[in-house]
Design a protein around this ligand. Structure first.
Ligand code: PSU
Ligand code: MN
Length: 305
C-alpha cells in the first residue's frame, strides 16, 4: 500500500492524471533503458516512439523517472528528451529510489523502481525491454536483480521480451517460481530470450491474448494473491537475432566484463553496450523493436483491464 505521505513527492503529468481519474487505460514505461540501456540519440527516439505506439493503441503512456528528486509519472516531451541527454543520471532501483528523492537527484528507474512508482500512481500495466534476473555466475557473485523481488511483491503486470539473454534464464525462472510470480509467454510455448524468439526453456504458462492476460491479473487480485506478473512476449520474427548467433556475442561481452572487473549495477549497462558494439548496432535495432512490440501488447492489456 502506498502511504498518503508519498504523495508530496510525486508529480503526475496532466494527461496521465486525467486518464487515471477517468479510469482510462494507462501504460507505464521505464527509464533506465533510456539513461543506461541505449546510447544517445537512439534512446530519446526510442522513448518518443514507444509513447506514440501506446497512444496509437488508445492508451496513455506514462514514462517514469526521477528528475531533481521528483518522482515523475509521465514526462513532457522536453523532460523526456533532456533525460535522454543526461549523461550522469543515476540507475535507480528499490534500494536507491528514496536516496534520489531525498538528495534531489535525477535518475532512470529500473523495472523494480518503475513498478513501485507505477503502483503508487495506480497504474497496473508496464512495458519494458527485458527484466533483470539471475546473472550467469550468480553462485559466486550473488548478482540477482532486485526486479525479481519486486515482481513478487508489487501488483503490476510487466510486459517484457523475457529476461535479458545475458542472464541465466533457467535460474531466473527458478527464482520467479519460488517467489510465486506467474510467468506467461504470449502466444508461445517456449520462453523467449530477449533478442531471440526462443530460449532453451519451456515457458511456465502460455496465454494467447491480451484479454486473457488481463483476466488472469484480475483473478489473482480477486483471490487475494499479492504481487505482479511477468509477461514474456517474443520479439517479432523479422527483428530477431537467433539465439545461436547471439551466444557468441554474449560470451565475448561477459569475458570483457570479467577482464575489466565490471561489477554491481554497472554489469547490465556494460554488457548491453558491448553487445551493441560486437553486433555492429544490430542488437540495438532488435532491442528497439522488442520494446515497441511490448508497448503495443501492454496497451492492449491496459485497455482490457
Ligand atoms: N530492458 C532493456 N534495456 C535495459 C533494461 C531493461 O531493453 O537497460 C534495464 C531495466 O531497467 C532493468 C535493468 O530493470 O536493466 C536491470 O538491471 P540489473 O540487472 O542491474 O538489475
Ligand atoms: Mn545486479
Amino acid at each position: 500500500m502506498t502511504p498518503e505521505s508519498a504523495r508530496p513527492f510525486i508529480d503526475v503529468h496532466a494527461p496521465v492524471a486525467k486518464a487515471l481519474a477517468a479510469g482510462r487505460p494507462v501504460v507505464a514505461l521505464e527509464s533506465t533503458i533510456i539513461t543506461h540501456g541505449m546510447p544517445y540519440p537512439d534512446n530519446g527516439a526510442m522513448a518518443a516512439n514507444v509513447e506514440k505506439i501506446v497512444a496509437d493503441e488508445g492508451a496513455v503512456p506514462a514514462t517514469i523517472a526521477v528528475v531533481g528528486g521528483r518522482i515523475k509519472i509521465g514526462l513532457s516531451d522536453g523532460e523526456r528528451e533532456s533525460l535522454a541527454m543526461t549523461g550522469d543520471a543515476m540507475k535507480l532501483s528499490r534500494a536507491d529510489l528514496a536516496f534520489a528523492v531525498a538528495e534531489g537527484r535525477t535518475g532512470g528507474t529500473t523495472v523494480a523502481a518503475t513498478m513501485i512508482a507505477a503502483h503508487m500512481a495506480g497504474i497496473r500495466v508496464f512495458a519494458t525491454g527485458g527484466i533483470g534476473g539471475v546473472h550467469k555466475g550468480a553462485e559466486t557473485s550473488f548478482d540477482i536483480s532486485a526486479d525479481l523481488d519486486e515482481l513478487a511483491r508489487t501488483p503490476v503486470i510487466v510486459v517484457s521480451a523475457g529476461a535479458k539473454a545475458i542472464l541465466d534464464i533457467e535460474k531466473t525462472l527458478e527464482v520467479l517460481e519460488t517467489r510465486g510470480v506467474p510467468v506467461i509467454a504470449h502466444r508461445a510455448e517456449i520462453m523467449p530470450a530477449f533478442w531471440s524468439r526462443q530460449s532453451p526453456f519451456r515457458a511456465p504458462l502460455t496465454l494467447d491474448s491480451a484479454d486473457k492476460i488481463a483476466k488472469l491479473f484480475q483473478t489473482r487480485r480477486e483471490l487475494g494473491l499479492d504481487g505482479g506478473m511477468l509477461v514474456a512476449n517474443p520479439v517479432p520474427q523479422n527483428d530477431e537475432i537467433p539465439a545461436g548467433e547471439m551466444a557468441g556475442y554474449i560470451e565475448a561481452a561477459q569475458k570483457a566484463a570479467q577482464v575489466q572487473n565490471v561489477t554491481g549495477k554497472a554489469v547490465t549497462p556494460f554488457l548491453l553496450s558491448k553487445i551493441l558494439e560486437l553486433t555492429g548496432g544490430r542488437s540495438l535495432k532488435t532491442n528497439i523493436a522488442l520494446v515497441e512490440n511490448n508497448a503495443r501488447l501492454a496497451a492492449q492489456i491496459a485497455k482490457s483491464l
